[in-house]
Design a protein around this ligand. Structure first.
Ligand code: TZP
Ligand code: MG
Length: 216
């Protein structure tokens, strides 16, 4: 996974959600995310069938690769292997990180979601298997209705104690991203505020500029 560190410093982590993309498909949405400068793309589509996901990911993988980015797949390790994605994002109820690492091999990225001090401490213990730690949802969000917000005290604990790059997620939008940046988070995952934007490329550029005021 050498060289992957740089992707964690590109600020915004873009995630697909075709249902809330205002009629645009994932190919169009990811095209605009890449044009806006996002290097870190996650494919997250829980309700499509496996063949649709596979066909879409074959195209997206090439688009992201061509743009010099990293293509991560949420949940589906078999799909990530099938399309030779750059990695997977897993949760606490997915296969254990050491098992996923064995399935993917050493060159791929693994992200693990955490929601509490205990899960963060455990993720640190698993750091030889994983590459980044997710923290969220920060705010309640319709994109993941059942999930309970983790709270800023946990976010602060994670910023101080994580031994891996951190990605914050959940209800983060242009109007409230400043408090996440101020908490010390360097990589912010945004779903609906990006995929639902009127102009995705402009939205992405404004979000990136908030993290890196000097990129333009
Ligand atoms: N995990 C925690 S919150 C979330 C995921 C996948 C969804 C975040 O979506 P949005 O639209 O940016 O709130
Ligand atoms: Mg998951």
């Amino acid at each position: 996974r050498a060289g992957m560190e740089s992707f964690f410093n590109t600020g915004i982590y873009g995630i697909t959600a075709e249902k809330v993309s205002n009629g645009r498909n994932n190919i169009e949405v990811v095209r605009e995310m890449l044009d806006g400068g996002i290097k870190f793309i996650q494919y997250r589509e829980k309700e499509k069938d496996a063949l649709s996901r596979y066909e879409e990911c074959l195209i997206l993988r090439d688009m992201v690769k061509q743009a010099g980015g990293v293509f991560i797949i949420d949940d589906f390790i078999d799909l990530a292997i099938a399309v030779n994605a750059d990695g997977v994002h897993i949760g606490q109820s997915d296969l254990p990180p050491n098992v996923v690492r064995k399935m993917l091999g050493n060159g791929k990225l693994i992200g693990l979601s955490t929601h509490s001090v205990e899960e963060l401490d455990r993720a640190n213990e698993l750091k030889k298997y994983i590459d980044y730690i997710g923290v969220g949802p920060i705010h309640a969000t319709p994109t993941k209705k059942e999930a309970v917000p983790v709270g800023f005290s946990y976010l602060d604990y994670a910023v101080k104690n994580s031994q891996l790059p951190l990605v914050a997620i959940g209800g983060i939008k242009e109007h409230n991203i400043d408090e996440i940046i101020d908490a010390g988070v360097k990589t912010v995952a945004v779903v609906s505020d990006i995929v639902g934007a009127d102009n995705i490329k402009n939205k992405v550029q404004r979000l990136r500029k908030k993290i890196f005021p000097d990129i333009f």
